[in-house]
Design a protein around this ligand. Structure first.
Ligand SMILES: Cc1cc2nc3c(=O)[nH]c(=O)nc-3n(C[C@H](O)[C@H](O)[C@H](O)COP(=O)(O)O)c2cc1C
Ligand code: SF4
Length: 483
């Protein structure tokens, strides 16, 4: 994973913890109600893919254990991991692109209700992503994947060359000469693996996305409603389809790219289709980027206006993340796929303890404040959820008091200690396992391995009934806590 060149090492601060009385009177543990979003506390566990679904996208017992464990800590809300809206194979990631997925999701909803005593609201993150392939070897790329064109023939100096001749000539060419013959996009496909972009409008399925996606998202949202979820989080963040539509790098010229107004069109149309499907009883909002953190990308000069547009459209919440793009991802090894959290933007998304002078804590807070201010200035009171290095009561409370956000997202801190919320509220903050921001969990995610936390995955391994990884070496959920 990319690290800031300054390489300053940070330790998670041992901020003072509140007494039960102080916690009970805090903003963090006060309720929030807006539209269909009604939270007992302003605490939120953002989506985290745990790599526990079946290979064909069904909920497993391990998924249920994972979410029930978070629910035992009783946060205000949990967002279920990015769940695919299409009925296409996508490995062990949850899917919701067909009615056959509903019963498993229903079981998951019931488990969370039971484990949280009905207190935690459960949302599901709906995602669409485009095709991505592993990085090919140079030989495989030239012999199998490259589509030979007249441009290659001309660049090689022989208009009469057959496809086989072109491939043969390219194979013999020194590597550094290839950019003279291949287009920049072909060079990219060779070095990083083929990846579809929303700007590939020569591909009919990509050109048609504005016609296909609203119905796909709406149908998925309808299934989430049937499964009993309290809300929908539309995934408009990171490296995926909808974030790419919103991005300043979206140059489509069909009315869905270019000026911000056009880039907002599909995200708004998707939202409207989803709302029409589920009505007002379900909370519907989105997660988007306060800053893409890439050259030429969308930043805080646009994200406040994006928030205002979503709030005006009627979303029930805006959840802000940052970074996590393919644009600056590290080159994968041959045979591996690019991973969007390996560059600087990936660092901004999941900042680690080796950092720059700003440190890993609350890097998205200032940007979140800008979005919230713009939304409030427009006369709208839609709640803003902020995430990124949030871990302590003092820090969370000051973000709320300073008006930078309305709800605090704790992703890795909740993974490190799912009981954070109950412990702090009951005056037992001193017993919190503080996230160290080492990104061990994120490394597992990158390798598509069951995600666990290094602070507890080897603890009490022999505990009867504790679910374990396939090799038996790691427990899959944190040990129980009793006050
Ligand atoms: C293992 C793992 C999986 C994640 N999966 C998702 C996901 O499915 N959707 C999403 O929007 N963010 C995902 N994230 C990002 C988190 O939601 C969060 O934005 C990020 O970790 C920063 O917050 P934190 O510092 O509180 O961890 C994931 C993070 C981790 C560590
Ligand atoms: S492995 Fe645990 S301590 Fe390390 S970053 Fe992840 S949640 Fe935090």
């Amino acid at each position: 994973m990319w690290k800031p060149p300054e390489k300053i090492r940070f330790e998670t601060r041992a901020d003072p913890w509140p007494s039960a009385v102080q916690a009970g009177a805090s903003q963090l543990f006060s309720p929030l109600s807006h539209g269909a979003l009604s939270l007992a506390h302003r605490t939120w566990v953002p989506a985290m893919v745990p790599w526990r679904a079946t290979d064909d996208g069904f909920v497993t017992d391990a998924n249920i254990d994972w979410y029930a464990r978070f629910a035992k800590g009783r946060p205000g809300a949990i967002v279920v991991e990015a769940t695919g809206i299409r009925d296409v194979p996508s490995g062990p990631l949850l899917r919701i692109g067909h009615d056959r997925f509903i019963p498993g999701l229903q079981r998951l909803v019931s488990a969370v209700r039971e484990a949280s005593g009905g207190q935690t609201r459960l949302l599901i993150q709906l995602i669409d992503f485009l095709a991505i392939r592993r990085r090919p070897s140079r030989e495989a790329f030239i012999e199998r994947y490259l589509r030979v064109t007249d441009r290659h023939r001309e660049a090689l100096g022989g208009g009469e060359l057959s496809d086989a001749d072109v491939r043969h000539a390219l194979l013999l060419l020194p590597h550094e000469r290839l950019p003279d013959i291949l287009t920049p996009r072909e060079c990219d496909d060779l070095q990083f693996g083929y990846r579809e972009r929303v700007t590939d409008t020569h591909l009919p399925a990509i050109a048609e996305l504005p016609r296909t996606l609203p119905a796909l998202f709406a149908a998925a949202a309808g299934r989430a409603k049937q499964a009993g979820f309290d809300g929908i989080e539309l995934h408009y963040a990171h490296a995926y389809t909808m974030a790419s539509f919103l991005s300043r790098k979206n140059t489509r010229n069909d009315g869905y790219g270019g000026p911000l107004e056009h880039r907002l069109r599909l995200p708004l149309e998707v939202y409207e289709a989803v709302r029409a499907e589920v009505g007002d009883a379900l909370a519907v909002g989105c997660r988007y980027l306060a800053d893409e953190c890439i050259d030429g990308g969308t930043s805080t000069d646009e994200s406040p206006a994006i928030g205002v547009a979503f709030a005006e459209a009627g979303m029930d919440f805006l959840s802000l993340s940052r970074g996590g793009k393919f644009d600056d991802a590290k080159q994968p090894k041959v045979g591996e796929a690019a991973y969007p959290y390996t560059g600087r933007s990936g660092y901004e998304c999941m900042p680690g303890h080796i950092s720059d002078q700003f440190g890993p804590f609350g890097r998205n807070v200032a940007a979140s404040g800008l979005v919230r201010n713009a939304v409030r200035a427009a006369g709208l009171d839609v709640p803003v959820v902020v995430a990124g290095g949030m871990h302590s009561f003092t820090q969370a409370e000051s973000v709320l008091r300073d008006g930078h956000a309305d709800v605090i997202g704790f992703a890795r801190q909740a993974l490190a200690d799912p009981d954070w919320f109950r412990k702090v509220l009951s005056g037992n903050g001193a017993g919190v396992r503080r996230c160290e921001y080492t990104n061990y969990c994120e490394g597992l995610d990158q390798k598509h391995k069951a995600v666990t936390c290094q602070l507890w995955d080897r603890v009490a391994l022999d505990e009867p009934g504790a679910p374990r990884s396939a090799d038996g070496k790691r427990r899959l959920v944190a040990p129980d806590w009793q006050p």
